[in-house]
Design a protein around this ligand. Structure first.
Ligand code: ADP
Ligand code: MG
Length: 697
């Protein structure tokens, strides 16, 4: 569709999900180089975003004490010199030969020795064309690139597309809304998003385009909610005897918050309209038992239940928890990934199965047959549960754990597995309310706002690399008292394979140099399901003292004997994410500790981590994170479930409110978008929100 462009270049663009002219118009730069306001090195101010043109004096590969690779360079202009550091890009040292001229754009920080450092700036080598651009002194777009696609080619092609096609873009937004909210017309917004006349022009363009994203998303969410509310499901009233028996057998009483939320859930389930509820509760607040009580209620009504978790490790753990809590009957039979038990006063056997992608084909098939025949009542698993060949006989309740890890489509795929089953989505990500209404507006909300009694806050320390040895001594001490520890390897965004390799190295270093006398295990995303299960089992059973892991243990893992969580490269994670890691300890009776190791030279990074030392409230941390880093970072780059928001910032609450209000107005007047003035809007919905639009129309 990109006519007149070389096929090799088309392939590069395709890699960036740009396939049509329309995609190219929406292929926005992630920022602009302000060639009109360039600084000299001497004028650079600490903490602000700035652009300089400098010469590279020297650049070399460096290795930080964490083992992370980096490139360090010294650059300068006629006013002075400056140190630059880039993490994880050792190849840069090759590219930046002495005397190369580069444009650097980013932020200056102060390192612990008080020197100014340009930390991980964006860079562009100055060639003929950038040179011209610099001299025209304007705002120049900087596009995301991929190997083999140069900044220059990207600029040239996008510019041609914008000049030729943007003026003719039909504006799908009704005039009334555009005028009321003072939004730019679409052609103008697209042009200014690429080649703005000024920063203000660019801001107005962003505002219009961000509005579009939020507005369309809201209409889709409203359509989903309305559609769902019209469906009829299966009323599943409480079986009080069975519920009481289950609660009595628990090793603890429910907290008031758990009781209240369970009440919400059971009331929903007893109605004919299918439940659609989001259960929010901080890490360790005890969501699993609430889910289990609800699942048993479905079973007591003769229906099946499903419990879906985002990782194999977590699915396996849930399976074991269910077995521990339900499988204590003397008549319990164990089979591989399946157990059958009797729950008084329920007269029939209950079979619980585990299905993950680690299951063999034969296991999958056997289990699948039993599920289809209704002979397995409760199925626990990963997204393997929503694959096509899994069919339930009578699914009454589907629970999605750590729901922010799944997309809307996956949630609805699980829902398709039965005749309108009730749906309970759970999350430990504490999303501020306005945001929750926007993202999950199709769900009702319940919050567990109370921790089980006796939990002590996890004592948290942020340290530099110089204190690492002391942290190791501390781990050793805890292990000698019979406790266990996690160490998390730095996040490496390039690829899971590179991350796995780094984790193996870290594991070897710790096993050989630091803790040769202890038993260590390794967990990373590239291991087979069986190996993961195996190492988790050994850690859970106390056979391993220390688990060296990548971020895969972030969600859900419950090993109460573990008391130390040491996180390397802590500055690279979001606060909300660090809070999740920290939630892996402090789950038992022992005092627990979290150590955040960071080798970022910046004071800012240290301060951000210091917030963790004093704040233990997930909501506050999430808000702080949202404010400091924006939602992309907040939700973590690997998490799905977030619509494709390129321009909108979920932290922009006023714009969110406005988009909701306008969407509501359109939706109330014309839910199916059949009016003439909504014709283009309907087309745009279908283009951008394939799932949502189908449900609206
Ligand atoms: P999360 O909400 O993070 O999923 P879990 O359901 O894994 O939390 O529960 C965390 C731990 O707290 C588990 O070990 C669980 O057995 C325990 N727990 C849950 N509810 C209570 C309670 N009311 N009193 C004491 N411990 C509880
Ligand atoms: Mg959980």
């Amino acid at each position: 569709m990109l006519g007149g462009v070389q096929s090799a270049t088309v392939a590069k663009f395709n890699k960036l999900s740009v396939r049509t002219v329309g995609d190219m118009l929406y292929f926005f730069p992630h920022r602009h180089n302000d060639f009109a306001h360039m600084k000299s090195v001497a004028d650079l101010e600490i903490g602000k975003d700035q652009t300089v043109v400098v010469s590279v004096w020297e650049a070399s590969e460096a290795r930080l004490r964490s083992g992370r690779k980096a490139t360090e360079a010294v650059v300068g202009d006629e006013t002075g010199n400056l140190r630059v550091i880039w993490y994880n890009q050792p190849y840069l040292a090759q590219r930046l030969r002495p005397n190369t001229r580069v444009v650097l754009s980013g932020r200056i920080v102060v390192d612990y020795k008080g020197r100014r450092v340009f930390e991980a700036p964006e860079y562009e080598v100055v060639d003929q064309e950038t040179d011209n651009l610099i001299h025209t002194g304007r705002l120049v777009p900087v596009y995301p690139l991929t190997a083999g696609l140069s900044a220059r080619t990207a600029r040239r092609l996008v510019k041609a597309a914008v000049d030729r096609y943007a003026p003719a873009l039909p504006d799908f937004l009704p005039d009334a809304i555009r005028e009321r909210e003072a939004l730019l017309p679409l052609p103008e917004a697209v042009r200014q998003a690429h080649y703005p006349d000024s920063m203000e022009g660019n801001d107005r363009a962003r505002r219009r385009l961000a509005f579009d994203e939020l507005f369309l998303m809201q209409i889709a969410v409203m359509g989903r909610k309305q559609q769902w509310q019209q469906e009829k499901g299966n009323p599943l009233p409480v079986n009080q005897d069975m519920l009481d028996a289950f609660l009595r057998a628990l090793p603890f009483p429910l907290t008031n918050a758990q009781r209240r939320v369970l009440g919400d859930v059971l009331a929903d389930m007893s109605r004919e309209r299918p439940m659609s509820r989001l259960l929010q509760g901080d890490v360790g607040s005890g969501k699993t038992v609430v889910a289990l009580a609800a699942l048993l209620t479905a079973l007591a009504n003769g229906f099946q239940g499903a419990l879906m978790a985002p990782t194999e490790v977590l699915a396996e753990q849930h399976f074991l928890t269910v077995r521990r809590l339900l499988g204590s009957s003397p008549r319990t039979e164990e089979r591989d990934k399946l157990f059958v038990t009797y729950l008084d006063p329920w007269p029939r056997p209950i079979a619980v199965g585990l299905l993950t992608s680690a299951s063999t084909k034969k296991q999958k098939q056997e289990l699948g047959e039993r599920v289809a025949a209704g002979a397995v009542q409760l199925l626990v698993g990963t997204h393997a549960l929503i694959q096509e060949d899994v069919a339930f006989e009578r699914l009454g309740l589907a629970v999605v754990d750590e729901q922010h890890r799944f997309g809307v489509e996956q949630r609805s795929a699980l829902r398709q597995k039965g005749y309108n089953p009730h749906l309970l989505a759970m999350t430990a990500t504490p999303i501020p309310r306005t945001l929750a209404l926007t993202l999950y507006g199709d769900l009702d909300l319940s919050v567990i706002d109370e921790m089980p009694p006796g939990r002590k806050p996890v004592r948290t320390r942020a340290i530099g690399p110089d204190k690492r040895e002391a942290a190791y001594r501390f781990i050793r001490e805890q292990v000698s008292q019979g406790r266990q520890a996690f160490t998390i390897c730095p996040l490496i965004e390039e690829s899971e394979a590179i991350e796995a390799k780094a984790a193996v190295k870290e594991f070897q270093r710790l096993s050989v140099d630091v803790f040769p006398d202890l038993r260590l295990g390794l967990l990373h995303g590239r291991m087979s399901g069986k190996d993961k299960d195996d190492v988790m089992r050994r850690f859970r059973e106390g056979e391993l003292n220390i688990l060296v892991s990548t971020a895969v243990v972030e969600v859900g893992i419950d090993v109460p004997n573990a008391t130390v969580m040491l996180i390397e490269g802590a500055d690279r994670f979001g606060l909300a994410q660090l809070h999740q890691f920290r939630g892996r300890v402090g789950r038992g009776e022992h005092a627990s500790y979290c150590v955040l190791v960071s080798d970022s030279p910046s004071e800012e990074a240290r301060e951000r981590l210091a917030v963790m030392e004093t704040t233990h409230d997930g909501f506050k941390l999430a808000e702080e994170d949202l404010r400091l880093r924006g939602p992309g970072e907040f939700f973590g780059t690997r998490q799905s479930g977030l619509p494709d928001l390129r321009m909108a910032r979920l932290s922009d609450l006023p714009l969110l409110e406005m988009a909701r209000k306008e969407a509501q107005r359109v939706f109330d007047a014309d839910p199916r978008l059949t009016l003439a003035e909504h014709r283009l809007l309907k087309v745009e919905m279908a283009r951008r929100m394939p799932g949502g639009a189908a449900e609206v129309s």
